[in-house]
Ligand binder design. Sequence first.
Ligand code: HEC
Ligand code: HEC
Length: 326
Amino acid sequence: MLVNLIILLVVFAFAVLFGWLCYRSIRAKKLWKKLVGGVGFALLTLIFLALAFMGGKGIATAYFPGAPAAPDLTVAGTPEQIARGDYLVNMSCIGCHSDVGADGAPSMQHPLNGGWNIAAAEGFGFVGDLVAENLTPGGKLAGYTDGELFRTLRHRVDEDGDLLVFMSLLPYAQLSDADTEAIVAYLRTLPAAEQSAATGDKLSFVGALMFGAGMFGTPEKGTDSVTAPPQGVTAEYGKYVATFAECRGCHGPDVTGTPASAMGAAVPNPRPLVGDLSQEQFAEMMRTGVKPDGVAFPPTMPWQVAAQLTDDDLAALYAYLTAPVQ
Ligand code: HEC
Ligand code: HEC
């Protein structure tokens, strides 16, 4: 944070310097100096002011997100909670937090000891290091209270209240209180594993700037209490399935596709295709990773996640994707 604050000050100092030079130019006696200097320095002043503003905004969002205090909470850790947490974590979190394999990507296998630098791996390393945390009690989470871990997931902040830059872009603020507690309960049961690399995020000034400019999307604010819709084969619950199975993270909040951004290529709207399928065909496609026309999903579409959904959750997802957008 300190380095970014210093860079911010330097950028701001340049804006002031150019502003002063602009003022000097305008007061110069020669007309060409007035024009060239005035316009040139005015432009530079504006550019540096804009950079300082975006950088400042990004720094404010990342380091002063204003999350509430951690709730006073003890998770019971019932067998039901642990089973539910197992379902959610091994569908969702494992994709980024599992042990890094020889190919440098998360192995999708336990231990969930983190170490994957998603920024470097996905080609946006210039924003800094965004390294998935060790989720086993072998890492920093061992020192978190249940309430702190709950707050981490709901408000995407670490123990100091700093924003988890990457996590803040994922839709976990919408997980219900019960599901969030289930995840906490399950993570506590994992055997402690050492981490393979330094974890956490280190935003560069460029990253702070892009973050401030909204180029990654806007982090969603969490609320104190979230209730899931009643579990069932309904479009309403299907939307909730699309949240924890991450469809909404990639295909957009309404699963209608997302345009290309600084963080990756465009993702298509799956609704036209799904709308042409029967529920059985949809389930078959999500379980096998092969579309009805025989074309397999490319690796950019992690169907293996959806393949683990229960029959009812897949049916709810189908109901949601074939219902009018809501
Ligand atoms: C798409 C990748 C991705 C997924 C999926 C993901 N995480 Fe993360 N997680 C990260 C990254 C990257 C960080 C490092 C901090 C940051 O930039 O957000 C992180 C950090 C964390 C932290 C660190 C908290 C701290 O205080 O430092 C916790 C806890 C965590 N994740 C839990 C989870 C859980 C639980 C899930 C599943 C519900 C999950 N994550 C899913 C990428 C991911
Ligand atoms: C990590 C990002 C990511 C996640 C998570 C994700 N998708 Fe996708 N999905 C993609 C991409 C990228 C494509 C386009 C692949 C291609 O180039 O054909 C795609 C393609 C699809 C298609 C095919 C669309 C077509 O017309 O060919 C369907 C259907 C689909 N996704 C459904 C889902 C569902 C349902 C979920 C949640 C269970 C989901 N996706 C989760 C990235 C994702």
